[in-house]
Design a protein around this ligand. Structure first.
Ligand SMILES: Cc1ncc(COP(=O)(O)O)c(C=O)c1O
Length: 459
């Protein structure tokens, strides 16, 4: 008799690093966590949510539907509001980007039509966080042994899904404005030569203020990536999608005058590109995922996506089996927040707050980190990325990580963010440092502690 009755997936699924990182952060009260991507506690919208809940539950007419099961793809009103919200974001970004399809004057009417189709509520799916959507999308798209191309480095929880589902990953080098397109083409060419191209299903990009590096993918790189993917479709014998994860899109820092960066860098920050959905003629190849967790509240876990057919139908059926619909009460809170403008007001506050915390962290890094540590800063999101001199390990098993833990400070070892790609070794001299959940005081203390540890190892 076998020892267990677990399925292949049950056997295969390793402990996701996110679980032990979060547990470490939550169970050691003296530890300062600069690791997990928790959002800022002090700005969580307690009063707004109480007010909205009161409104929803004020009468049976509004309260009962909120406390009842709903529709698998999401509540109709929230799907409409989300579609409009995304359209607004794309239009706002396109006003900065001359290469965007939406802005050009000539064929505005046609563009408007196209745009409305792209952002149609019928293509919107509401989920229990965007994590659920990423999981279901991979279920709908991939069989065991299929390949997803990822940024090198990428969101480590996404890598855990790949590991669990038996999907292979190939890394594409990351530059300061998005993936290296020359490398993307090389990777695909190599996969074509080894006849693995038929296993390639998608390229996964975290396109705004990336987790973990803070990089934002330029619009021209989105356009270029879609062109390259298209070129290899014939060899693949099926569509190859661009899976655009826009989890941090709304967390851009508003206070640019204060950032003391070069003009070129300022320009880059001003230009928050439109989504890949707006690349002309490419909407059928883009899967877009977003979330209300980061801008509003992870505890009211609502995510969303725009999916082309036949993926939309496949994911909807899978969701029918997962939960046949995201919690209605949570959807209603978000719908009301969007409708009343409270959401926009809250997001404006949150962005200012993160800009301030990022500044505090930047100052602390300048003060306490050794000069030979390269720091990548961002114009938004929750993270700094630090690269130590080559040969100095900051990995999970490294003395540095253990010493940092003993000194009650936690970071995400960068090596966790690299896929198991047989074509290259994983760098282990990097760390992701988050200013998301720590208070300003703890950011200063945590960076001072970490800087002290680093100085011991980089001397
Ligand atoms: C890049 C990225 N995508 C998706 C998610 C999932 O967020 P949620 O499920 O709360 O929408 C996260 C969470 O940290 C993330 O960093």
């Amino acid at each position: 008799m076998k020892k267990s009755a677990l399925s292949a997936l049950g056997h295969r699924t390793a402990l996701p690093p996110i679980s032990w990182l979060m547990q470490t952060a939550l169970t050691r009260p003296r530890l300062i966590s600069l690791a997990a991507g928790f959002t800022d506690n002090a700005t969580l919208p307690v009063e707004i949510s109480r007010k909205l809940l009161n409104e929803i539950l004020r009468s049976p007419k509004t309260g009962r539907p909120a406390l009842q099961y709903g529709i698998t793809a999401g509540e109709t009103n929230l799907r409409q509001l989300t579609a409009r919200h995304l359209q607004k974001l794309d239009l706002a970004s396109s006003s900065f980007s001359s290469s965007s399809l939406v802005l050009e004057q000539k064929s505005r009417a046609r563009r408007k039509d196209e745009d409305e189709k792209i952002h149609s509520p019928e293509r919107v799916m509401i989920t229990g966080g965007s994590q659920q959507l990423l999981y279901m999308t991979l279920e709908a798209l991939c069989d065991e042994g299929d390949i997803i191309l990822v940024e090198d480095p990428t969101y480590f929880v996404f890598l855990s899904i790949l590991q669990s589902q038996g999907i292979h990953a190939r890394g594409v080098k990351l530059e300061r404005d998005g993936i290296d397109l020359v490398h993307l083409e090389k990777v695909l060419q190599r996969l074509k030569e080894t006849s693995e191209i038929r296993r390639v299903k998608a390229l996964y990009l975290i396109s705004y203020f990336q987790n973990p590096t803070g990089v934002t993918t330029s619009f021209s790189k989105k356009t270029g990536a879609l062109k390259i993917l298209k070129k290899f479709e014939q060899a693949a014998e099926h569509p190859i999608y661009l899976l655009e994860d826009a989890a941090y899109r709304e967390l851009s820092f508003p206070d640019r005058a204060d950032l003391r960066v070069s003009r070129a860098e300022q320009q880059l920050r001003l230009t928050i590109p439109p989504s890949a959905l707006t690349v002309r003629g490419a909407a059928e190849r883009v899967i877009y995922t977003g979330t209300y967790s980061k801008p509003y509240a992870p505890g009211a876990r609502v995510g969303f996506g725009i999916l082309p057919e036949p993926l939309f139908t496949a994911v909807q059926r899978i969701k029918g089996n997962h939960d046949f619909g995201t919690a209605n009460l949570l959807q209603q809170i978000l719908a009301r927040a969007l409708e009343t403008g409270l959401y926009d007001r809250h997001v404006a506050k949150v962005r200012k707050n993160y800009a301030r915390k990022a500044r505090v962290m930047k100052q602390a890094l300048a003060e306490h980190f050794p000069a030979n540590v390269e720091i990548w800063e961002s114009g938004g999101g929750l993270y700094f990325w630090a690269r130590l001199p080559k040969g100095i390990s900051a990995g999970v098993k490294s003395k540095m990580f253990q010493t940092a833990l003993r000194n009650n400070v936690l970071y995400v070892p960068g090596e966790l963010c690299y896929a198991d790609d047989p074509s290259r070794a994983k760098p282990d001299n990097e760390m992701r440092i988050s200013f998301g959940s720590a208070s300003e005081e703890n950011i200063r203390k945590g960076i001072a502690r970490l800087g002290g540890v680093l100085k011991r190892f980089t001397r």
